[in-house]
Ligand binder design. Structure first.
Ligand code: GEK
Length: 249
């Protein structure tokens, strides 16, 4: 491994660089955990901005005594951002992921970057009972649940939130029609190529994600959030087919 393969936050992602005879569905295993920071920042336009703004929103909404959830935390970037933003407010950070290799690395990040304690759970977010929450983050996680399981999860979240709380829901989306979808996908692929991914890497990763990442339109997300009990839903971020909503109970 050369030095250029390693940065402070992990290894460079070249998981899909060589031709694969069979493309298996994408899984969050040790190999992904080792390159995840590089992978997500070169693949999701605006990722660093969203992480920063999650801190800003936590700063505005974290109520002392409440709980701040990061559901599907991966390596814990959103938790760390919230932890820095809330200062010495007595809130409980809760980080959940069902992939042990990801959560193990998140725990390392928390001990390295945060002075407050984080409650971590290696668990399915569908099994977590959300309670006393002022901030809930679903940063590119809902998209991995079967479509019919999304509403019950959002209902559980809404029920467990303070009236003044916020849910931050970030998702990869489908375009409103075939033409918009084509445009957004093309722009996203151009973004990935500009970040050093080859055409082969882009197409093999796309094939690996196809069955596990199920994008929906902005309209579908908004409708479901209202059906889950949220009183107000606003889109605050969009770059190509990556968006983030703020939903308030
Ligand atoms: C970030 N939020 O860096 N239960 C728990 N965890 C799950 C489940 C589930 N049912 N399904 C998927 N995950 C992060 C990025 S990545 C997004 C989130 C991406 C977890 C999965 O193990 C992975 O760590 C994460 O959700 C999705 O702000 O890779 O596109």
């Amino acid at each position: 491994m050369s030095n250029s393969d390693r940065s402070d936050s992990g290894l460079r992602d070249n998981l899909f660089a060589s031709p694969q005879a069979r493309i298996d569905s994408f899984v969050f295993d040790e190999r992904v955990a080792a390159v995840f920071s590089d992978m997500i920042s070169r693949s999701v336009p605006g990722y660093a901005t969203i992480i920063g703004m999650i801190g800003l929103l936590a700063e505005q909404h974290a109520i002392p005594g409440s709980r701040l959830y990061d559901l599907g935390c991966s390596l814990g970037a959103a938790t760390v951002s919230m932890g820095h933003a809330i200062g010495d407010r007595e809130c409980q950070l809760v980080a959940v992921d069902n992939a042990k290799p990801m959560l193990d690395k998140a725990r390392e990040q928390f001990s390295r970057h945060l002075s407050v304690s984080v409650e971590t759970h290696c668990a399915d977010i569908r099994k977590v009972v959300v309670c006393d929450a002022s901030v809930v983050v679903l940063n590119f996680t809902l998209q991995f649940l079967p479509v019919e399981e999304r509403l019950p999860l959002l209902r559980n979240i809404c029920r467990g939130m303070y009236k003044d709380g916020v849910l931050i829901l970030s998702e990869k989306i489908a375009g409103a029609d075939a033409g918009e979808d084509r445009l957004l996908v093309e722009l996203h692929h151009a973004f990935k190529r500009a970040n050093g991914y080859s055409d082969l890497e882009v197409s093999q990763k796309r094939a690996a994600l196809e069955k596990v990442l199920l994008p929906e339109t902005i309209a579908t997300h908004k409708k479901r959030l209202y059906a889950a009990g949220f009183a107000r839903v606003d889109l605050w971020f969009q770059c190509f087919n990556f968006v983030s909503f703020i939903a308030r109970p």
